[in-house]
Write a protein that binds this ligand. Structure first.
Ligand code: PLP
Length: 379
């Protein structure tokens, strides 16, 4: 990351050099993991070892892990698979989910495969549990989609309480854990969750690989060969899977130090922000203990559009997002911010800073300085 300050870890984290080294032999290895000869068997063994590692870390059975091309595919697989297997008859969803969830639900509804209703959130983006309970009573066999941590504003949901409520009412729970997997917080044996989605490039692993945990077998999303116990066809991304398992093991081993590094930076950023840009309006659950320790979203009280500020920072060599990486460039104000009562015009002025392993307080300070000078230049 030489040459710029990178504050967009929620979009993607840098590949850990140790993970890269673990992947290299598998990038070069000849053979197809489905072949029965020695070259194939060696790759198959590496995939199964990675599956065992991931399952053990998150408290699952190896057979409950399906490797995917990332978080988007894992969310798609859970939603489409649950609907098409006839497991569920309604979807209840958090309106601040990632588009991987929202657009998939929209497509299923448009195709007439299921009906879906949004849940209610408060001004910080937390699910209103009483409303969830009312909706669970109204719709039997619901699939409830509520993420662990929001990727734009960092708000955390009370996932254990939600899972227990969903189970009491005979529903199924999909929890997108993409933004928290690297914090080592997820253990599916602790709470009755049915599906979780994860993505390696959010925890210092490679891009283009992730996994779905599913408690129950569901219909496959991609058909073809018999890979992944006929649940996900296609030759496996062996190097990616090996790298992901390595990255996750490291994340779980170092979780306490990592979390406290992130929290200290958050505390520092909140202090600098309140001193240097006291007019900044924070979005979501921005408490150091309550929200995601590595994400902060705020807007500035001026008429400068977010795109402009993001560009000013980019020119100053600082990479941040105006919204989630997937929505930026779409020109649409963030659906997450609008769901918590921010107007479309205000939402255009939001900035998300997200930090990680390589971030130092000086990077955050330099970013706030660049923001203050950008504001003076353009006002
Ligand atoms: N879910 C959440 C909460 C995310 O933040 C992201 C990526 O930003 C995804 C899903 C999609 O993951 P991937 O980039 O691996 O497709």
């Amino acid at each position: 990351m030489e040459g710029f300050i990178y504050l967009d870890y929620a979009a993607s984290t840098p590949l850990d050099p140790e993970v890269e080294a673990a992947m290299l032999p598998y990038m070069r290895a000849v053979g197809n993991p489905s072949s029965i000869h020695a070259a194939g068997r060696r790759l198959r063994a590496a995939i199964e070892e990675a599956r065992n590692t991931i399952a053990e870390l998150i408290g699952a059975e190896p057979s409950q892990i399906i490797f995917t091309s990332g978080g988007t595919e894992a969310d798609n697989h859970a939603l489409r698979g649950a609907v098409e297997s006839g497991l569920v008859s309604h979807i209840l969803y958090n309106p601040t989910e990632h588009h991987a969830v929202l657009h998939t639900i929209e497509a299923l509804v448009r195709q007439g495969k299921i009906k879906a209703s949004p849940l209610l959130v408060d001004e910080k983006g937390r699910i209103i549990l009483e409303y969830l309970e009312t909706e669970l009573r109204r719709h039997s066999r619901s699939l409830v989609a509520i993420m662990y941590a929001n990727n734009e504003i960092g708000t955390l949901q009370p996932v254990k309480e939600i899972a227990n409520l969903v189970k009491e009412h005979g529903g199924y729970y999909l929890c997108d854990t993409v933004q928290v997997m690297g914090l080592g917080w997820v253990s599916v044996s602790d709470w009755p969750v049915d599906f979780i989605a994860a993505s390696a490039h959010k925890f210092y692993g490679p891009k283009g690989v992730g996994f779905l945990y599913r408690r129950h077998p569901i219909q496959s999303l991609i058909t073809g060969g018999a890979q992944e116990r006929e649940q996900r066809a296609g030759t496996e991304n062996v190097a990616g899977i090996v790298g992901m398992a390595h990255a996750l093991r490291k994340a779980y081993e170092n979780r306490e130090a990592y979390e406290s590094h992130l929290r200290n930076l958050k505390q520092f950023l909140l202090t600098v922000l309140s001193q240097r840009l006291p007019g900044a309006i924070l979005h979501g659950d921005t408490s150091v203990e309550g929200g995601h320790p590595g994400i902060l979203n705020f807007r500035l009280p001026s008429s400068i559009a977010d795109e402009m500020l993001v560009i000013h920072l980019d020119l100053a060599g600082i990479c941040v997002s105006g919204t989630s990486a997937c929505a930026s460039g779409s020109g649409h104000p963030s659906h997450v911010l609008q769901a918590i009562g921010v107007s479309p015009e205000e939402a255009q002025r939001a900035i998300r800073l997200s930090w990680g392993k390589q971030t130092e307080p000086a990077h955050l300070e330099a970013t706030i300085s660049a923001l203050t000078s950008a504001l003076q230049i353009t006002i």
